[in-house]
Ligand binder design. Structure first.
Ligand code: FES
Length: 166
């Protein structure tokens, strides 16, 4: 009997990065063996995995949540939601890098006094690098607390953090 594509379930938010996650699952026809690749896509585009994301993947691939959680926590490559109250992501994918995201990240590291992958000592901000968030036309792209910021500067990202009371 031919394998039917699984019925899509609704992503945790309107964030366009879920389309990239969906594309990965679709490539595998929503089969359970898409699990690791799908978690990779989430890690690369969001910078971390969190419970709503894992629940979404579990439903979409029809895999028990316990298994998804087990895989997510077993591999060192995957990071569960960073400890910072706010998250500040810089896309270091090729298109963004060409448009200066390397310098953008360096400026944010200087301003926040931390390196990519770290959280400020007061626990307010986690700074993360991601690979490509699927918004290459908006390069350099950054994301503050889930909001994608097109053609962004370090000053703008810091302002968004400030507005979010970071
Ligand atoms: S490389 Fe940054 S959005 Fe694609």
């Amino acid at each position: 009997m031919p394998v039917q594509p699984k019925k899509q379930v609704t992503p945790p938010s309107e964030d366009k990065r879920w389309r990239l996650v969906d594309a990965t699952m679709r490539r595998y026809n929503y089969r359970p063996n898409a699990l690791i690749e799908t978690l990779h896509t989430i890690q690369d585009t969001f910078g971390y995995l969190d419970k709503p994301g894992l629940q979404y993947v579990a439903r979409a691939l029809r895999v028990p949540y316990s298994r998804v959680f087990g895989v997510a926590t077993f591999y060192n490559y995957f990071t569960m939601k960073p400890p910072g109250e706010h998250t500040c992501l810089v896309c270091l994918g090729t298109a963004c890098y060409i448009k200066g995201s390397g310098e953008l990240m360096a400026e944010l590291e200087r301003a926040l006094g931390i390196k990519a992958g770290e959280t400020t000592a007061d626990g307010k901000v986690s700074l993360l690098a991601v690979r490509c968030i699927g918004s290459c036309g908006l390069a350099p792209a950054g994301v503050v607390d889930g909001q994608v910021l097109p053609k962004v500067t370090a000053t703008q990202m810091l302002q968004h953090l400030k507005d979010g009371k970071a």
